[in-house]
Design a protein around this ligand. Sequence first.
Ligand code: ZN
Length: 325
Amino acid sequence: MRHSISILSRLLRSALIAFLATTSSAMAAERPNVLTTIAQIGEPLGRILDGCADVQTLLGPGVDPHLYRLTRTDVAKALRADAIVANGLNLEAQMQSLFGRLAPIKPVILASELLPDVKIIRPDGRSADPHIWMDPILWAEVLSMTSNRFVEIWPSCKQIIVNNQSVVIAEIKAIDLYAESRLATVPEKARVLVTAHDAFGYFGRRYGLELLSVQGISTESEAGVAHIRKLVSVIAHRNIASVFVETSTPERAVDAVIEGARALGAQVKKGKPLFSDAMGSPDSYEGSYIGMIDHNVTTIVRGLGGNAPRNGMQALLAFLPKGER
Ligand SMILES: [Zn+2]
């Protein structure tokens, strides 16, 4: 602990030098600058604050927020930002101490922690599941509460924020309706979602899917042998059609599970990668929050024998992982 604090102090010191070197250009910028951690916050918030503030996202495609450690450049960005928005609920485990140190100096919003506690899933009764964005309606609530904080911080932006917010929320409601109607076409006994780590708890609760995962809530824990053996036997006995990998976690544990189930005679196949904790590249449809959910819903529905258009709700999906056409 002492060791990591001294690393943080060093990072802060060197970032401060970088900050002072660039501070004149930062001051020249007219709009305030908001730094967010995950793109699930950054992309929609960027649209809601459009015309009021510039929003920057720290973590790119394929990056795992549970494990990500801040670089010197990241710390400089955090020092330079006028406000910071993170998910919270221990998702950005390695960034908490920096955010805690910045909180007295500038607004640091832990977006998912704005939700009433009763809406948060605690699988073991204690630690919170941080993957709130997997339930679009809950995420709309998180984004609304976060934007309302910005109305308090920058009251002159109120009209811009209110207008943009209604557009973004309407889109989220539309993808939720699509998800609900498509997932309803998955045969009842096939409504089991097996994924690499426990990122889909809120998704399963919203759309009525049973969930099994190779790893736990955080990617920090390794899956135990006994757990893998049990999972393999469940997949084989219940005839589960697909096991899904994720774009931000390694595939090897999922591969081992699939191999094990096949050895027991199961017909299971590897589903297309899902976006769990990271989204697609920022210039693509899958790099938007709506596109991420559309991709996941469409992929899950088709992988479990339900009925969904190949290119998703708006015929915009283009994410073609290796081996898929
Ligand atoms: Zn996760």
